[in-house]
Design a binder for this molecule. Structure first.
Ligand code: 5GP
Length: 183
């Protein structure tokens, strides 16, 4: 879905597909260099990270493996509840592995803070975070994001995996919604 397909629903586009892909190529090269000779396990956080996982994995030139977790998130509301619940756990044992959590967006940081603690308890060799977007003004806990796509203002955004009421995940760009969509 292109921004033009839902033009009336959008307020403004923050990042286009081309800008996102260009940034992911840089991050992919950085990850290749940082983990040279080690086979990284990318842990995607469902559902929002599906697009970034798929594009980041293909931007990398080294072998990697993939696993997924699902945690409770916003539902149809636009404010973080701060409640994190594991809906789907990893399929593999991460003990002794190099793990990179792949997340769509860091808002308050509560979700990633919880995930980081949880995964560290499983004794991986290392665990780091890659996030496509971060809202620095909304952070409530300090989360160490090693690889960051872009910092954005504290607005609710959709597209590139991010939904509103389960829609707009397939929008190629990342944009804010027009107020009439919430009403
Ligand atoms: P946090 O725990 O950092 O407050 O929120 C993390 C999760 O909230 C993200 O993984 C995402 O699912 C959701 N979220 C945070 N900000 C936004 C946003 O602007 N748009 C959408 N669609 N989801 C968001």
């Amino acid at each position: 879905m292109d921004s033009a397909d839902v033009r009336d629903d959008l307020d403004h586009v923050l990042y286009t597909e081309a800008q996102i892909m260009a940034r992911l190529r840089e991050i992919g090269a950085q990850i290749d260099a940082d983990y040279a000779g080690r086979e990284l396990l990318l842990v995607g956080v469902l559902n929002g990270a599906v697009m970034v996982m798929s594009d980041l994995a293909r931007a990398m030139r080294s072998h990697m493996q993939m696993d997924w977790m699902a945690v409770s998130s916003y539902g149809a509301a636009t404010k973080s509840s701060g409640v994190v619940r594991i809906l789907k756990d990893l399929s593999c044992d991460i003990r002794g592995r190099d793990v990179l959590i792949v997340e769509d967006i860091v808002d308050t940081g509560l979700t990633l803070n919880y995930l980081l603690d949880n995964l560290r308890g499983r004794e991986p060799a290392s665990v780091e975070i890659m996030a496509m977007f971060r809202k620095p003004d909304a952070l409530r806990v300090d989360v160490p994001v090693k690889y960051l796509g872009f910092d954005i203002p504290p607005e609710f955004v959709v597209g590139y995996g991010l939904d509103y009421a389960q829609r707009y995940r397939n929008l190629r760009d990342v944009a804010t919604l027009a107020p009439h969509v919430y009403n």
